[in-house]
Design a protein around this ligand. Structure first.
Ligand SMILES: [Zn+2]
Length: 416
């Protein structure tokens, strides 16, 4: 049985060259006495855009772990997979993020709904949930509505789970159920009965990714009502603790936050809530390591800077195509993007300061940052020209990658 630690961090890595630099951040956390399990994640969408294979991520993770003599558990996440593509990830992954968001809202068969209502009807009334001030009120209608909405998704998750279990064997992998890519955030009552349905379906989920309130745009800070987020996050933790007891879900079931990189304004509330509930967390990031590569190239000056400018020029040229797959998770004001001519005249600091996520820096440009975030396809197309530049500037890039993950993410989330 492999178990994921209390705190885990999804690191991704578009071009699979920063595994060691990423792992260094976990070693820095370990020096502070905090264990953070690294999880290399890459979605089918990313593989398709870059032209990599799941086996590449496994090779990267194994070699980083070996090179640094890392002795703790680590995982390779088949991120956002469905029955259609799970087989591609079977050999290389031991963490599976079952994405069933597309099935939410597909009406469930009447007999499934009624049997669910029969099974969980005992929760109708006022439920006292430790950690939530007001009792949570549940009507039979609530249960019926939620069942109708979520049962097809949870049944689909069950199908994918059993398919993986048949190949890999029970207990040999971590299962995440993700519903983050839906329109509406789940309410506490919905969360409770989603967990009930997951338990009834027999899925031993270790992490669950709900949709939180507010916007989780790629590579930039949280946009939304922080106080409302904090309230919902605390409620979710309370519901999970309750559901573990009530429905017999795995004791280490925890929340998973997707698109979690750079959401600096909610890290403090998250840190506080985790301590209050003595809870674990998985936080997924992926894209910002690639941005640190570009910052490192720009900061190195010379050829690296020229290449970083080339990436921007091409990204601006192909903006429609690059933004299309990510249109619901970016907010780019095109009028605020610098022209190619402006960027051509930039020095190393101009470029690095515009891109680096430092909100106190006047030169920081979140529009440019989001465009480059989704612009990795440009670098992928450059092939060895880009990869060789990364290798040539390995040291400066590695410093940026480690610092970004440790100082800006792990430290405020789990250590401060
Ligand atoms: Zn996600």
């Amino acid at each position: 049985m492999i178990e994921i630690g209390r705190y885990s961090f999804g690191i991704g890595d578009r071009f699979a060259l920063q595994g060691k630099a990423q792992l260094q951040a976990m070693l820095k956390a370990a020096q502070k006495g905090v264990e953070v399990t690294p999880v290399w994640n890459k979605s089918h969408r990313e593989h398709t855009i870059i032209g990599t294979k799941p086996a590449d991520v496994r090779a990267e993770a194994d070699s980083a772990v070996k090179a640094l003599g890392f002795k703790k558990a680590y995982f390779v996440d088949a991120d956002h997979i469905s029955l259609k593509n799970v087989d591609l990830f079977m050999d290389s992954s031991d963490f599976f993020t079952l994405d069933v968001a597309d099935y939410i809202g597909k009406a469930a068969p009447e007999e499934d709904i009624e049997s669910f209502v029969g099974k969980f009807g005992k929760y109708v009334g006022q439920i006292e949930i430790p950690g939530i001030d007001e009792p949570v009120s549940v009507t039979e209608d609530d249960i019926r509505t939620i069942a109708k909405k979520v049962l097809p998704a949870v049944k689909e998750a069950g199908k994918i789970y059993r398919h993986i279990e048949k190949v890999k064997g029970r207990g040999n992998f971590v299962t995440e159920v993700s519903m983050d890519e839906t329109e509406q955030p789940q309410t506490p009552v919905e969360m409770l009965f989603i967990l009930a349905a997951i338990a009834a379906e027999g899925i031993p989920a270790r992490t669950i990714a709900p949709k939180f309130t507010g916007r989780f745009n790629k590579g930039v800070d949280y946009v939304g009502d922080v106080a409302q987020f904090e309230k919902e996050f605390n409620q979710d933790l309370a519901i999970i603790a309750f559901a573990i007891e009530e429905f017999g879900l795995p004791g280490n079931l925890k929340l998973s936050v997707h698109s979690g990189s750079d959401k600096f304004s909610i890290y403090k509330p998250i840190n506080k809530a985790l301590k209050k509930f003595d809870a674990g967390l998985h936080l997924k990031t992926a894209g910002t390591t690639w941005l640190e590569e570009i910052i490192g190239l720009a900061a190195s000056g010379g050829k690296g800077l020229e290449l970083a400018k080339e990436v921007y020029a091409k990204a601006l040229d192909k903006i429609d195509e690059l933004c299309e797959p990510y249109k619901t998770v970016i907010d780019i004001d095109r009028k605020k993007l610098p022209s190619i001519e402006t960027v051509r005249n930039w020095g190393p600091d101009d470029y690095a300061n515009a891109l680096r996520h430092d909100q106190s820096c006047k030169a920081y440009n979140p529009h440019l940052r989001q465009l480059l975030h989704v612009g990795y396809k440009i670098a992928a197309k450059m092939g060895n020209i880009y990869l060789d530049a990364l290798r040539e500037n390995e040291k400066i890039i590695a410093e940026h990658v480690t610092k970004n993950i440790y100082d800006r993410h792990i430290k405020p989330l789990f250590i401060d």
